[in-house]
Design a protein around this ligand. Structure first.
Ligand code: HEM
Length: 121
């Protein structure tokens, strides 16, 4: 049960990141695909299940954000990934879009690194 959920969580994490990169490419190439309804709705569905599965794993494995541990730091970078992702598609100027896109990618790379290495502070 736990392992199955963890695999679902990891698969959704990969789909979320690849989907974000793909939408970034469409944004920078001025593609009409970005305006399609499924492209607007699907990321929200995927990210909601990703977050819900993450919270369920956290409860099942009793790995809670302590005063400062890898779960706390992971949550900080998840919030940064979501916020910079929103800014990427809301910004009007190209240079701001590129900056927020790179900041979002950097944040989600930090999330992945923390998820795999689970460092002890
Ligand atoms: C951008 C969002 C997220 C990404 C990219 C992500 C990525 C990952 C990855 C790759 C793993 C597997 C690591 C391993 O092999 O041990 C994992 C596990 C886990 N994640 Fe996430 N995650 C995300 C969101 C969340 C959230 C929101 C929570 C909790 C609030 C969470 C809690 C956990 C927990 C508890 C595990 C299991 C650790 C273990 O059993 O060893 N994740 N995550």
């Amino acid at each position: 049960m736990y392992l199955g959920l963890k695999h679902l969580h990891m698969t959704l994490a990969i789909i979320s990141i690849l989907g974000f990169v793909l939408r970034g490419i469409w944004l920078f190439s001025n593609s009409q695909l970005l305006a399609k309804k499924p492209v607007k709705i699907l990321p929200h569905i995927i990210d909601t299940i990703l977050l819900a599965s993450g919270i369920t794993l956290m409860v099942m494995s009793s790995q809670y954000p302590a005063i400062f541990n890898w779960v706390t730091l992971k949550l900080v970078f998840i919030v940064a990934y979501i916020a910079f992702g929103i800014f990427t598609f809301k910004a009007q100027a190209k240079n701001k879009q590129v900056l927020f896109f790179l900041l979002a990618l950097g944040s989600v790379m930090a999330v992945l690194h923390l998820a795999f290495s689970k460092p002890l502070f």
